[in-house]
Design a protein around this ligand. Sequence first.
Ligand code: IMP
Length: 407
Amino acid sequence: MPYTAIVGLQWGDEGKGKVIDYLAKDYDAVVRFQGGANAGHTVYVNGKKFSFHILPSGLLREEVVGIIGPGVVVDPESFKSEAESLRSQIGDLEGRLFVDPRAHLVMPYHKMEDELFESHSEKPIGTTKKGIGPANRDKYARLGIRLGDILRPSYLREHINRAYDFNRRIVESYGKNFPEKDQILDFLMEFAEYVRPFVADTVLLLEDLEKSGARILLEGAQGTYLDVNFGTYPFVTSSHTISGGAAISGIAPWKIRRVVGVFKAYTTRVGEGPFPTEERSEIGERLKEEGSEFGTTTGRARRCGWLDIPLIRYASIINGVTDLFMTKVDVLEKIGIYRAAVEYEVFEERTGFPPAYSEDWYHIKPVYKDYRSWEDMINEIEKTLEIDVRFVSTGREREEVIERKGG
Ligand code: IMP
C-alpha cells in the first residue's frame, strides 16, 4: 500500500520535520494534508537549519515531490517567501511542488482577525496569529476564497463580495480599518501569477503516482491534542491533525496502511491550555534550554514537562498508530532524569486515559514513575501501548536515528 501517515501524539513540536525528512529517503512524494503556515517543521542537514511552515518538509530530498492538499489553508505571503528561500537553497521547485486549487487562502484580513480575537479575548488561545482559525471559519461558513478562484479573476470578482462584506464588518467592529477591495484583489492577482505554475489537481496527481508504484508520505502538522475534535478544546488548532484527517486529501482511508506516531521523550506545549505533566520548575527550565524549546513559527518559549504515557496511549488509538518514533532522548540524557506519567488520578479515581470532558483536564493528577534509562522507558511504552518503538532520534542531524527491531 502506498501511503504512510506521520502524526504527532502530543501538542505538536514532536520533531516531525526531522522524522519526515528521515523517512522521506524511502518515499517518492510527501503530502501536507491540513493546517497552514502555523506549522513549524525544522530540519538540520549537514549542520544547516531549514524551517518549513507551509511547504512539505520532504522537499529537501531531491527526488521527492511535495504536495499541498486541498485541506491546507494557504497563506500567500508565507508560500511565496518560503518557496523563494527554498529555491535559493536547493534550486527550482517547478515540477516538484504542487498545490491543489481547492485549498483555501488565508486572507490578510484573517490574520488581522486572529490578532484582534486574541488580544480582545478574556481567555486567549495563544494562537500563532497566522489567521488559521478565521480562515477555517470562513471555509466552513462557505465564505472562503480558494486558490483556484484567484486563477479565474472574473469568477473571483463575482464571488468575493460576501467574504469581503462579512469580514469587513468584523474588523470594523473592533474600530480598525479594513483594506479596500481593489487592494485585496491586486494582492491576490499578484499571488496568482506567482503560484500558477504550482497549481494542479492533486487528486489526479496522486492517482498517477499511485499507479506508477510511488510510495507516499502524509505529513501531519501540529499534534493529536491540537486536533479540533480530540484536542484540549478550545485550546486547539482549527483542523484535523490526526491520521483520519489525511483522508481529506482525497485519499481513501483504507490505502493508509502505516501510521507513524511521533512523540518526544518528554512533553511540550506552546500556547494556552491544560498540560497535566507540566513542570513549572528549574527542571522545566532545563528541559527548555537543553531541548531548545522555542517555536519555529513564532519563537515563543514552549512549556515543558514529563512524558505522559496515558496521553500518547490514547493518541495511538485515535490515530491507529502502527510504529512509534521517539525523539529527543538526548535531551533527557542531559537532564539525567527518566520520568513518565503512567496513570492519572482524576476526581480520586485512577485512569489510564485522558478525559473526554474539557473540565476534567484541569483535575488530572499524574502518577509518575522513574526509570533508570530511556531504554527502560521504552519498555514501559511498548508494554502499555502494545506498539513497537521502531525509531529513536538521538540528536538533531538527519543521521542521528537508531532503527530498532528491523525499522
Ligand atoms: P493556531 O493554529 O495558530 O490557531 O493556534 C492554536 C494553537 O495551536 C495554539 O496553542 C498554538 O500555539 C498551537 N499550534 C499551532 N501550530 C502549532 C505547531 O506547529 N506546533 C505547536 N503548536 C502549534
